[in-house]
Ligand binder design. Structure first.
Ligand code: NAP
Length: 252
């Protein structure tokens, strides 16, 4: 058995720890989006594979027997490529995902599909907005230039985002409720724009928004490709155990 984990999430890191502890041969893969990715207890490679064909070649070269897609729910292209490459290579694939956040009483969410719809939702007078969508799609918000955008990013942008009024703060989750409440208050935030990532690490801003009565533009997830999905590290371990020809030896 040799597992490839497609990472970039806290769930992927938790799985890497479990495989390392269980002595399961595995590799970890990062896209390379952040300057200093969290070190993993597994051999780690960084960078794109070169599409479906590149990933297929990598699976064959490395003798990968099981592919685990533990990427972020908005990493749409990687997830589609993983399904296609696993299918072509005849390698079993499982996705380790987290449930989306669900609005609770007191939430003021406007649900939108896609970044363009989120941009359109910001029509109206200037506001102070926490734009918590990562780095890659900030330029789309140049179409709503009157707002002041607070950008929370892992790394400083290489070029200034094309937003006339913005401030960057560098921080990396998991975020706390006390911290996010203080952040929203200190910056006079009037609205939040975010992706429905799910999970615990970034949910604090939504709890703080509920407390403060702030509206949230919630970008819904893209539809995932057809694939087997589980929501816990234990479920991945059990899948590996069931599909391993040497399961008695592995202790997974
Ligand atoms: P994406 O649009 O689905 O992927 C674009 C390309 O990046 C892929 O086609 C692949 O390149 C490469 N790639 C993505 N994930 C990879 C991985 N784990 N290992 C190796 N190559 C990878 O993905 P994205 O939205 O840019 O996200 C990039 C990474 O950041 C993902 O790993 C994801 O888990 C993490 N992340 C994303 C978000 C988000 O909001 N999108 C948030 C937090 C973390 P090739 O085609 O060349 O193989």
């Amino acid at each position: 058995m040799k597992v490839l984990i497609l990472g970039g999430t806290s769930e992927a890191s938790a799985l890497a720890s479990a495989l390392a502890e269980g002595g399961v041969p595995a590799l970890f893969s990062y896209a390379g989006r952040v300057k200093a990715p969290r070190p993993q207890p597994l051999p780690t490679r960084i960078g794109g594979f070169g599409g479906v064909a590149g990933l297929g070649d990598f699976l064959a070269e490395q003798g990968i027997t099981h592919l685990v897609d533990a990427t972020h729910p908005f990493a749409e292209r990687m997830s589609r490529n993983a399904v296609a490459a696993a299918h072509r290579s005849g390698i079993p694939l499982i996705a380790l995902t987290r449930s989306p956040w669900v609005a609770q009483a007191g939430d003021r969410w406007e649900k939108v599909v896609g970044i363009e719809a989120a941009v359109k939702a910001l029509a109206g007078p200037p506001q102070r907005i926490l734009l918590a969508i990562g780095r890659q799609q900030l330029a789309a918000f140049a179409a709503q230039p009157r707002h002041h955008y607070l950008l929370r990013l892992v790394d400083a942008p290489e070029a200034p985002p094309p937003l006339p009024h913005h401030r960057v703060i560098l921080d990396r989750g998991p975020f706390t409720l006390a911290g996010d409440r203080a952040l929203l208050r200190a910056h006079g935030i009037q609205r939040i724009v975010c992706k429905n990532a799910g999970g615990e690490g970034a949910v604090a801003k939504l709890t703080a928004a509920r407390e403060l009565g702030l509206p949230v533009v919630m970008i819904e997830r893209p539809a995932p490709p057809a694939r087997r999905e589980v929501h816990s590290v234990e479920a991945v371990l059990s899948w590996l155990h069931q599909s391993s020809p040497h399961k008695a030896e592995r202790g997974v």
